[in-house]
Design a protein around this ligand. Structure first.
Ligand code: GBH
Length: 501
C-alpha cells in the first residue's frame, strides 16, 4: 500500500552501480520521428488522418516530415552511440510495413527497419522494437479499428506482423519486443475523450472495448511469438502508462481511493496479464454496479472467456513501465448519471502544489514516485523483470543547457537505483524518453522531451546534443552513480526551470 510522501524533499543521492548487463536506452516512436508519411508505399495511419482535422493539433503541426528519421536514421544511430546507450527503443509503423493493414508486406518499408536494426547492431546497440505506438492503419480503422473484434482487425494482425518480420530475419536480430505502447492512453484518449486519433468521443464504453481487444491482441501476439520463435531467446512484453498515486490524507477512504486509482489505470491492463487473467475485481464491481444504475443490460466492461483468460495470464516476459509523473488522490463518489470512465473510478485527482512543473501541464516531476511505483508493482504482481521503457521531462524552450532535465534524470534514475539496491526490485533496464525533440502528438512541436535538440526550421533537421545527453552518457558509462564521478552530482539542483509554461 502506498504511503504518503508529500510534500517531498529531495533525498540525498544513493551511490552505487546498477546490476551487470543493465540496459541503458533511449526511446522514440515511428510517427513522432520518421516523417515520409506517404513515401515508398506507406499508406495512411490514423494519425496522418487526424493531424489534418482542423483544430486538433497545436499550430496545425503534422508528422509529415517530423525529424525525417526515415532518411536520417544513420544520424540517429550515431547519436545513440555517442551517448553510449546499450539499447535503442523505436517503433515499427504498421502502415509502413503492411499498407493494407493485413496481407501483403511492403518490402521497402521492411527494408527501412532492417537497415536501422543492422546499423544498431553494428554499433553495438541492442534494438527494442515496439509493434504498436499508436499509428494504426487508417484502412483498418475504417472497418471499426480496435472496436472491431472480428476479422480483419488488429487482433489477428499483431501476431501476423511479428510473423512477417520473422520472414525477413528480424526476430532473430531483435531480442526485445513490445506489443503495445500504453493501451490505456490509446483507449482513453483516442476512444473516450477523442483528443488523440482516431478522435472518437464515446465516454464509458468504447475505451473499455478498445482496451479489451488490445489485451486480446497482445495475448495472441505473445502466444504466437512463443510458438513460432521458440529457442530464439527473445523476450516479448508490453509497456504501460503509469503514475505513482499518493493519498491526499491518511484517511482510510483516501488510501483506498489511491489503490483503486492504481487498479483503474495500471491494473486495468496489468492485472489480466500478470495477476489472474482478468480485470481487477474492483473494476468489475464498480463498472458493473454503475452500468446497472445507468440502465445498461450488462456491464460496460466486457467479459473475457475462460480461454482468453488462460491466454492472457502470463503472456509477457517482462513488464514495461512508461513513467513521468504522479497524482494525489482523494475519495470522491462519481456521478453515476454521467457515463464515463472517469466517473467509474470514484476518485478526485490533484497535483501537490509543491511539485515543480515542466513544459507539459500534465507532467510534474516527482522523483520518489518512481521508487514508489516500482515497489507497488513488486508488491502487486510479484518480483517480475521490469523495464522502464520511458521516463523523461519536457520544456518549451528547447534550450541546450537543460539543467532541469539533468535534475529530472538525476533524481528519477537515482530512485531506480534505490528501488534495486535498497528494495530488491528487479529492474533490468531504463530508457530515457526521448533521444530527440519530436512530434508531441496534440501539442505538435511545442513541447520538447529530447536529450538532443532538432532544428525543425532546418531542412536537414540538424540534431544537437543537449547537456542532459552528456549527463546521461556519464551515468551510462559508469553504470551507476559513482561518488566523485559525475560533477553534476555535487552541484545544487536546478529545480526551477528556464523557458517553461
Ligand atoms: C508518452 O505518454 C508517450 O508514450 C510518448 O509517445 C510521448 O511522447 C510521451 O508520453 C510524452 O508526452 O491529457 O488527455 O490531454 C505519456 C502519457 C498521455 C501524457 C497523453 C499526455 C495528453 C493527453 N501521455 N497525455 S490529455
Amino acid at each position: 500500500m502506498i504511503k504518503s510522501v508529500r510534500p517531498y524533499q529531495d533525498e540525498p543521492l544513493t551511490y552505487g552501480k546498477f546490476p551487470d548487463g543493465f540496459a541503458w536506452g533511449l526511446a522514440t516512436s515511428s510517427y513522432q520521428i520518421e516523417g515520409a508519411w506517404n513515401e515508398d508505399g506507406k499508406k495512411e495511419s490514423i494519425w496522418d488522418r487526424f493531424v489534418r482535422v482542423e483544430g486538433k493539433i497545436k499550430g496545425g503541426d503534422t508528422g509529415d516530415i517530423a525529424c525525417d528519421s526515415y532518411h536520417r536514421w544513420e544520424e540517429d544511430v550515431a547519436l545513440v552511440k555517442e551517448i553510449g546507450a546499450t539499447h535503442y527503443r523505436f517503433s515499427i509503423s504498421w502502415p509502413r510495413i503492411l499498407p493494407e493493414g493485413i496481407g501483403a508486406v511492403n518490402q521497402l518499408g521492411v527494408d527501412y527497419y532492417n537497415r536501422l536494426i543492422d546499423a544498431l547492431l553494428e554499433a553495438g546497440i541492442q534494438p527494442m522494437a515496439t509493434l504498436y505506438h499508436w499509428d494504426f492503419p487508417q484502412c483498418l480503422e475504417d472497418k471499426g479499428g480496435w472496436l472491431n473484434d472480428d476479422v480483419p482487425n488488429g487482433l489477428k494482425n499483431t501476431p501476423q506482423r511479428v510473423l512477417q518480420l520473422s520472414e525477413i530475419g528480424n526476430t532473430v536480430k531483435v531480442k526485445l519486443w513490445i506489443t503495445l505502447n500504453e493501451p490505456y492512453i490509446a483507449a482513453l484518449v483516442g476512444y473516450e475523450k477523442g483528443i488523440f486519433a482516431p478522435g472518437i468521443q464515446d465516454p464509458g464504453k468504447s475505451a473499455y472495448i478498445c482496451g479489451h481487444n488490445m489485451l486480446k491482441a497482445h495475448a495472441k501476439a505473445y502466444r504466437k511469438y512463443k510458438q513460432d520463435f521458440k529457442g530464439q531467446e527473445g523476450k516479448l512484453g508490453i509497456s504501460f502508462f503509469t503514475e505513482a498515486a499518493f493519498p491526499a490524507s491518511d484517511s482510510e477512504d483516501d488510501v483506498k481511493a489511491t489503490n483503486r486509482y492504481m487498479q483503474f489505470t495500471l491494473g486495468w491492463f496489468a492485472h489480466p496479464i500478470f495477476k489472474d487473467g482478468n480485470y481487477p475485481q474492483i473494476m468489475i464491481d464498480q463498472i458493473g454496479e454503475k452500468s446497472k444504475l445507468q440502465g445498461f443490460p450488462q456491464s460496460r466492461l466486457p467479459i473475457f472467456t475462460r480461454e482468453e483468460r488462460k491466454q492472457l495470464l502470463g503472456s509477457s516476459d517482462f513488464i514495461g513501465l512508461n513513467h513521468y509523473t504522479s497524482k494525489v488522490v482523494s475519495h470522491a463518489v462519481g456521478n453515476h448519471e454521467v457515463v464515463s470512465c472517469a466517473e467509474d473510478r470514484d476518485v478526485k485527482l490533484d497535483y501537490d502544489p509543491t511539485w515543480p512543473n515542466s513544459g507539459s501541464v500534465w507532467l510534474r516531476p516527482v522523483p520518489p514516485g518512481m521508487r514508489m511505483l516500482l515497489n507497488w508493482v513488486k508488491d502487486e504482481y510479484g518480483n517480475l523483470p521490469v523495464y522502464i521503457t520511458e521516463n523523461g521531462v519536457s520544456d518549451t524552450a528547447g534550450n541546450l543547457d537543460d539543467l532541469h532535465r539533468i535534475y529530472y534524470y538525476k533524481h528519477f534514475i537515482n530512485n531506480v537505483l534505490k528501488a534495486i539496491t535498497l528494495d530488491g526490485c528487479k529492474v533490468e533496464g531504463y530508457y530515457a524518453w526521448s533521444l530527440m525533440d519530436s512530434f508531441e502528438w496534440t501539442v505538435g512541436y511545442s513541447e520538447k522531451f529530447g536529450v538532443c535538440a532538432v532544428d525543425f526550421a532546418d531542412k536537414n533537421r540538424r540534431r544537437t546534443m543537449k547537456s542532459s545527453a552528456r549527463f546521461l552518457r556519464r551515468i551510462f558509462a559508469d553504470n551507476g552513480f559513482l561518488k566523485d564521478g559525475n560533477p553534476w552530482y555535487d552541484v545544487p539542483d536546478a529545480k526551477h526551470y528556464t523557458g517553461q509554461r
